[in-house]
Design a binder for this molecule. Sequence first.
Ligand SMILES: Nc1ncnc2c1ncn2[C@@H]1O[C@H](COP(=O)(O)OP(=O)(O)OP(=O)(O)O)[C@@H](O)[C@H]1O
Ligand SMILES: [Mg+2]
Length: 253
Amino acid sequence: MVDESRDPSPAPPSPQEAVGDELLLLVDRTIDSRVVICHEPQSGVAEQYRTFRTNLVAMNAGGQPRALAITSAIKGEGKSITVANLAAAFCELPDTRVLIIDADLRAPVQASLWGIGREPGLADLMLDFVPLERVVSATSVPGLFVLPAGRVVRNSSELLGSSRMSDLVSALKADYQWILFDTPPALPFSDAATLGARIDGLLYVVRLEKTPRDQSTRALELLRNAGCNVLGSFLAGARSDDAAVRSYVLPDD
Ligand SMILES: Nc1ncnc2c1ncn2[C@@H]1O[C@H](COP(=O)(O)OP(=O)(O)OP(=O)(O)O)[C@@H](O)[C@H]1O
Ligand SMILES: [Mg+2]
């Protein structure tokens, strides 16, 4: 016999639940394992993403919505993984809604990192006026949404520098506190500089022992000359005992 007095639909478990003395971590396996904020929340690397987040929040004293692009000098330095982890770290703060926009229309990966469809996405939104609700996907991380890159286009830099893009960012700020753009590397492509100069700021990823120093310096100069507000850097690939140098926010000039 069914006990009518009992709630037939118990509340879903929270991502972290205490079971006896153990902490049980419930993780959506469709999320890429390199999103350590979700998969290894107690790790030193996850903690460094949180430190980076905390520094960015502290810089934003007024608490206004912010749109930031993440880039690096060359390919494969850790931009996309940094975007994913930083976004998830922001979502650990109460009442925070975050949108990842995959503006790397040349080598998009955010859809696969979060286990969502790649199309329709940003390119379709911009070119075909596909409605926003069709291109933005919720993730299993509360407060975190992803706008994937969408279909392949040839003129990505023009698209990112268009007035339609600026209008989109302004409109999205009504719904999200943080909008994080994944972008292509800055030395070979102008996309990050073009976009970065039109939004609130740019975060710069440097992969230790991979990026030649002169290339890193040249890209940073290029981004600043294009009018980007470079807010801080994240050092990817630091050993755990290098943790103190992993991220920092640049002081005001
Ligand atoms: N913080 C990190 N520490 C060590 N390795 C990392 C870190 N972040 C990313 N990686 C590794 O570096 C490689 C490239 O990462 P990712 O795809 O994020 O780079 P990217 O800069 O976005 O590359 P692309 O320029 O092709 O878009 C991946 O294999 C990833 O696992
Ligand atoms: Mg990438």
